[in-house]
Design a protein around this ligand. Structure first.
Ligand SMILES: C[S@@+](CC[C@H](N)C(=O)[O-])C[C@H]1O[C@@H](n2cnc3c(N)ncnc32)[C@H](O)[C@@H]1O
Ligand code: SF4
Length: 410
């Protein structure tokens, strides 16, 4: 990728993330590059799942291999209010999704209204299969500030393969009706959510990045799509690196700590908190909002330990991070910036995570996930990267084991 491409990509990413552009964003970047493990600022954004239940089984998503297992439920409204009351003091945006389909929560309207009354930006990501008139009005009227619609594949055949359980014509009709409503509201000068069409395309090694097929724009010609977002699939921390339909993009060859640990937390429907929104099987549960506050968890012993492992390049010692593609990046604007700034910002007496002598670079080829289950696949991915697999270490007595009984770092 040349410098112009990189600059374009950087600008595009800033546009997408502008809800969280704030003086605190600079603080986040500084502490990520510096390798701070306790942070003097709160999380910039949250993923909060109204439900872990989904009506589809998309083959590139961990739902397809039953990674959620029996851990299904819907957030209780009082617990939700408690979380939002605290988050509203500092969080810039709540992503109202994580493992499931948000439109399945029967009280989503109440959840959105509560968040927006507290002046939090509410982002809903939906597969749009159930986006009928009532749901469309709810998204437009009840305070969603951004709606991302997952509409994958360049055509009907690929869409129905990738969105297993959905019907192309039904979803397309839902999307058109939703955008028509947005258009009406805009013509009347009324506020509407920012609209994003996210399109997952099969990975193509011959291209430098995913390109939106031009006919897809024609499908929604004249309707207010604020942003088209073509992406290649990622491997959900190694768990879905290979699947029956679309391979994830290969791991990059450059290591940097995963910046999610410096900017965000992910909350399950029952109040448990994960370090990252790739954690469908609750491998790295770091707290519980039924008993703790967000800020206690954000700088709690487990989150601090995870950041330290990443800064020191020992990410393979954490159960979920061990297979993760987010720490391995291709030559990119984000890696170049990190690499340059780290030299200036990181104190000279601090260890760095440079994995010297480590010959990462070959794409990780994990077995078809459904044959093995998510934990086994993460371990295989780690082993193929030259690691001996997750190394369990003791956990602080007060923190308890992660919900599935796997050891977390101390
Ligand atoms: C897990 S889904 C939950 C929200 C909702 N059910 C949906 O599909 O939009 C959250 C986001 O992850 C995306 N996603 C699923 N598998 C992916 C993959 N392998 N790579 C990149 N994004 C993926 C979905 O398209 C969606 O935008
Ligand atoms: S990507 Fe969304 S719609 Fe598809 S299975 Fe996962 S959670 Fe469900």
């Amino acid at each position: 990728m040349n410098t112009v491409d990189q600059a374009i990509k950087l600008v595009r990413n800033w546009r997408r993330h502008r809800a969280v552009i704030h003086p605190r964003t600079a603080q986040f970047m500084y502490h990520w590059m510096r390798g701070s493990t306790e942070l003097p600022y709160p999380p910039l954004k949250l993923h909060l799942e109204p439900t872990s239940v989904c009506n589809l089984r998309c083959p590139m998503c961990p739902q397809a291999i039953d990674a959620v297992k029996g851990d299904t439920g819907y957030i209780d409204i009082d617990l939700y209010r408690k979380i939002v009351d605290e988050a509203a003091r500092f969080t810039l945006e709540i992503n109202m999704f994580f493992r499931g389909e948000p439109l399945l929560h029967r009280r989503l309207s109440e959840l959105l209204r509560y968040g927006s009354q507290k002046r939090v930006r509410m982002h809903v990501n939906t597969n749009a299969t159930m986006l009928r008139e009532r749901e469309a009005r709810m998204l437009v009227e009840d305070g969603a500030t951004k709606v991302t619609i997952s509409f994958d594949g360049p055509d009907k055949a690929m869409y129905e393969k990738m969105r297993k359980g959905a019907k192309y014509e039904v979803t397309l009709e839902n999307v058109r009706n939703f955008l028509t409503l947005v258009k009406e509201y805009r013509e009347n000068g009324r506020p509407t959510p920012y609209t994003v069409m996210q399109v997952i395309l099969p990975y193509d090694a011959t291209q430098s990045g995913p390109t939106l097929p031009s006919h897809m724009r024609d499908l929604l010609a004249g309707l207010p799509v604020d942003e088209w977002d073509p992406i290649w699939p990622h491997g959900w921390a190694g768990v879905m690196q290979e699947n029956e339909t679309v391979d994830a993009q290969p791991y990059g060859e450059n290591y940097h700590p995963c910046n999610w640990l410096w900017k965000s937390l992910a909350i399950y429907w029952d109040g448990r908190v994960a370090s990252c929104c790739a954690d469908f099987s609750a491998d790295q549960v770091i707290g519980d909002l039924r008993e703790q506050s967000l800020m206690e968890i954000w700088n709690g012993p487990q989150m601090v330990a995870l950041r330290k492992l990443q800064v020191e390049g020992r990410y393979q010692e954490a159960p979920l991070c061990s297979g993760c593609d987010a720490v391995w990046t291709k030559e990119s604007s984000s890696w170049n910036l990190f690499n340059w700034a780290e030299k200036w910002i990181r104190p000279s007496d601090m260890p760095t995570g440079r994995l010297q002598g480590h010959s990462h670079g070959a794409p990780v080829v994990s077995p078809i996930a459904s044959d093995l289950g998510p934990q086994a696949v993460a371990a295989v991915a780690a082993a193929r990267n030259g690691f001996s697999g997750p190394v369990p270490v003791a956990i602080p007595a007060s923190s308890g084991p992660s919900s599935n009984g796997r050891a977390m770092p101390a």
